[in-house]
Structure formats: C-alpha cells, structure tokens
Design a protein around this ligand. Structure first.
Ligand code: HSE
Length: 317
C-alpha cells in the first residue's frame, strides 16, 4: 500500500477480565486478528465494508458496527470536510466467543485512522476512541478489550475519565489455552452477561478481588505465572455468570487438576481461558482435560493454544 492507496492496520483479539480484573484487565492473544484499510473515496461521508472469514452477520452500518462511533468521532477530530472516507474491515476474529471481536475491529480502525488523518493520538486517546463502540455491543463503554488490542500484552485500564491504561509485557513462557463450548447463546450475549451482575457488591468481595488483582499484576511484573494464576479467581462477575456455562465449576476443577496455573471465563464468555508455564507443563494436555470435562457435562467444545500478542500496528508495504 502507498499512502495514496490508503493505510492498513491490524489488531489482535483479546481476553478480558482474567478473573479478578473485571472491566480492567486484558490480554492480547496471537490467534485471530482484524485488518482495517482506510482510503479517501468520494466527496463526503463514510462507506464501511465488512469482508473476510468471519464477516457473516457483522453489521456494516455505522450505527450498529462497534467501529462506527470511533470512526465518526475520529473523522470529526480530524476535521475532515469535502472528502469521503472508505473503510474496509477484514474480519478475522470470530464474534461471540468472548475474545474481544468487536474490540479488535475498533482497535484496528482507530489505529488506521490515526495514521491516515495524521492525528498522532496517544495510546490512551486511541483506547478512549475505540471504547466508544463497545457501548453498542454491551450497553456500556468498557475499555478492557480495546486496551489489550491496541497496546498488546497484559493491559490494565485504571481510570475512566480520562481513560488511563498501562501495559506489561507478559513472560515469554506464558502459554494460553482457550476452550469454547458449543452453546446456544442470546444474540446480544455480552449485554445479557452484564445484566446478570449485581449493581452493588459486598465489601468482602471487593477486598478479595483487590488482593487477587494486585497479586496478578505482581505476577506479570515479575514473570511469575503461578502468581498470575492465583489472581484469576473472581468474586464480582464469575459467580453470577457461571450459570451461562453448563459445568463451569467442574471444568475449571479439571483444568486446575491438569496443572493449569489459573482458569477464568474469557470476557463475557462462553470461552474459558487457562494459563500455564509452557516450560513446565504441556498446554495441550490442559486443553484436552477441559474438552473431556465439558463432554462429561454433555457439552461439545474445542480448544486452541496460543500466546500473548503485540499491540495494533500499521501494516507497511
Ligand atoms: N469486561 C467485559 C465483560 C468484557 O466481562 O462484560 C466483555 O466485553
């Protein structure tokens, strides 16, 4: 691509929450990615195309695609007048798995538009723009998935207005197992999963989560995978959401018995994420233990093994 043709950016999928970090933690995953191309086209307005492997059922209207609000706001920020913009999303992240599919699209879009419009936004500003689309998907503009897809690695969203984020490079021996049960889920799954949560939580739960989340951050900072795993227990969301996933408790038990360091629901589910030190344990064994435990519950599932990913990037050439 030359600058005349346009600008292209990619962003990876991610797993949010990681147990104790509901709406705060994210981990970019090197398994699926969305690619977005931005070009000048026509005299005004925005044309959005959605194509690629997982484009089926993804809306291409600016008001119902998660990239819509970020696109509109960034074009306004860029002060574009008298020129139209054509945006093509190559959808490589499957939606509905709990892997931040809409967040990856928004992340790739803002990364491409930032370069295309020469905005030179900071990472936190990119995260803020990208998170505007999450309200469409979930009813609430949380930034955990978009932060992971934009910054890469393990990310912490630690403030709201303005959004503030920090990213830690995960240890190189961290392996991630993602298992997805085949379930019939409501069409607005994330919204439904958020409705299951109480508005007010006991202070004892908040104290437990603060301790575990802090341990997890120390684990990422020191490269201690066992410590990261201990932090993956959650009092705020999982106890209310686990009923969405038949057999979740016994599946989690089976993964821990197979020597996973930690197990949690990935984002709003239904996928489950487990982590392990690949120099000490075989990740595939944990994946197989999870699939077996699901089948005992009469639920079909599949898994893959991956590793943390880098942040969103402009694709050159
Ligand atoms: N933190 C979000 C949730 C991630 O769990 O609802 C899914 O968008």
């Amino acid at each position: 691509l030359t600058s005349l043709d346009g600008i292209r950016a990619k962003a990876y999928c991610s797993s949010a929450n990681l147990g104790a970090g509901f709406d705060v933690f994210g981990l970019a995953l090197d398994r699926y990615k969305d690619t977005v191309t931005v070009r000048w086209a026509g005299k005004g307005g925005v044309i959005l195309h959605v194509e690629g492997e997982y484009s089926n059922g993804i809306p291409s209207g600016l008001s119902d695609n998660a990239a819509g609000p970020p696109i509109i706001e960034m074009i306004r920020e860029g002060g574009v007048v008298g020129r139209g913009v054509e945006i093509t999303i190559d959808k490589g992240v499957p939606p509905g798995l709990g892997l931040g599919s809409s967040g990856a699209t928004a992340a790739a879009c803002v990364k491409a538009l930032d370069a295309f419009l020469h905005l030179h936004l900071t990472d936190d500003e990119l995260v803020r723009f990208a998170s505007l689309g999450e309200a469409i998907v979930s009813g609430n503009p949380h930034a955990d998935n978009v932060a992971a897809s934009i910054l890469g690695g393990f990310t912490i969203v630690y403030d709201k207005s303005p959004v503030r984020t920090v990213s830690i490079r995960p240890p190189s021996n961290l392996s991630v197992i993602v298992a997805t049960p085949k379930l019939n889920l409501p069409s607005k799954k994330t919204r439904a999963a958020r409705k299951l949560l109480p508005k007010i939580v006991p202070i004892t739960s908040s104290v437990l989560n603060t301790g575990r989340a802090s341990a997890m951050v120390a684990g990422f900072a020191n490269g201690d995978i066992e410590l990261i795993g201990h932090g993956m227990e959650d009092e705020l969301a999982e106890p209310y959401r686990e009923k969405m996933i038949p057999g979740y408790r016994s599946v989690k038990k089976a993964a821990l018995a197979a020597k996973a360091s930690g197990v949690a629901i990935s984002g709003a589910g239904p996928s489950i994420i487990a982590i392990v030190n690949k120099r000490k344990q075989e990740p595939e064994k944990i994946g197989l233990a999870i699939v077996k435990a699901f089948s005992t519950e009469h639920v079909q599932s599949s898994f893959f093994v991956t590793r943390p990913a880098e942040g969103a990037e402009i694709i050159r050439g």
